[in-house]
Write a protein that binds this ligand. Structure first.
Ligand SMILES: N[C@@H](CCC(=O)N[C@@H](CS)C(=O)NCC(=O)O)C(=O)O
Length: 201
């Protein structure tokens, strides 16, 4: 299978999850501004939505939308999901919150919005994160082991650091703990190396 990704984007969570799941996959970088891939293909001809992540399975089926891609990986490798009758539902609930509430709130930081809009977004991000902090089981969202939801949250916590947003202490701890995982380090090093090789982020 092949993951279409952009360095440091939300697709980093899928990259980490695929490594943690021990699945066999290839990577192809996408230039999100030009909508081209590293091999020179028109990305919109591959994924008409024009955004990452896109995961092309071995049978040619393509999965898009981070919630669906991460849920698919957790289904293939249940240790990255949650057990119990409500396990998958709770995982989807967390993924949806991270995607539609936290990820979405970073938009002004990626679109070059004005200071006022960024300050409003920052306050909202901190409120959303605080809601998680009050419910997380620590050190990860659901206890001692990370799920795919932690990988997605981790990516948004990296964005927070990049844009100078100070996050609650338990989430700063989660971010640091995640950085000690060899698969997380490998994914970041690969993506940062790819960005440097092509001279863009
Ligand atoms: N609804 C999509 C949104 C994914 C998304 O926002 N991807 C960003 C990177 S984090 C992207 O590719 N942006 C480029 C664009 O939208 O043109 C999902 O949840 O997977």
């Amino acid at each position: 299978m092949k993951l279409y990704y952009a360095p440091g984007a939300c697709s980093l969570s899928d990259h980490i999850a695929l490594l943690e799941a021990g699945l066999d996959f290839e990577l192809e970088r996408v230039d999100l501004k030009r909508k081209t891939t590293a091999s020179g293909a028109d990305f919109t001809a591959i994924n008409a939505k024009g955004y990452v992540p896109a995961l092309v399975l071995d049978d040619g089926e393509m999965l898009t939308e981070n919630i669906a891609v991460l849920d698919w990986i957790a289904t293939r490798h249940p240790a990255l999901g949650l057990e119990g009758p409500l396990g998958r539902t709770r995982l989807l609930e967390a993924l949806a919150y991270i995607s539609t509430e936290i990820h979405k709130d970073f938009k002004p930081f990626f679109t070059g919005a004005g200071t006022g809009e960024k300050l409003r977004a920052q306050a909202q991000i901190i409120r959303r994160l605080q809601w998680l902090v009050e419910r997380m089981r620590k050190p990860y969202l659901f206890g001692s082991e990370p799920t795919v939801a932690d990988f997605y949250l981790f990516v948004t916590l990296r964005w927070a650091a990049k844009f100078g947003i100070v996050v609650p202490e338990s989430l700063a701890d989660l971010r640091e703990r995640m950085l000690t995982r060899p698969n997380v380090q490998a994914a970041i090093e690969f993506e940062e190396g790819a960005a440097q090789r092509t001279g863009s982020a």
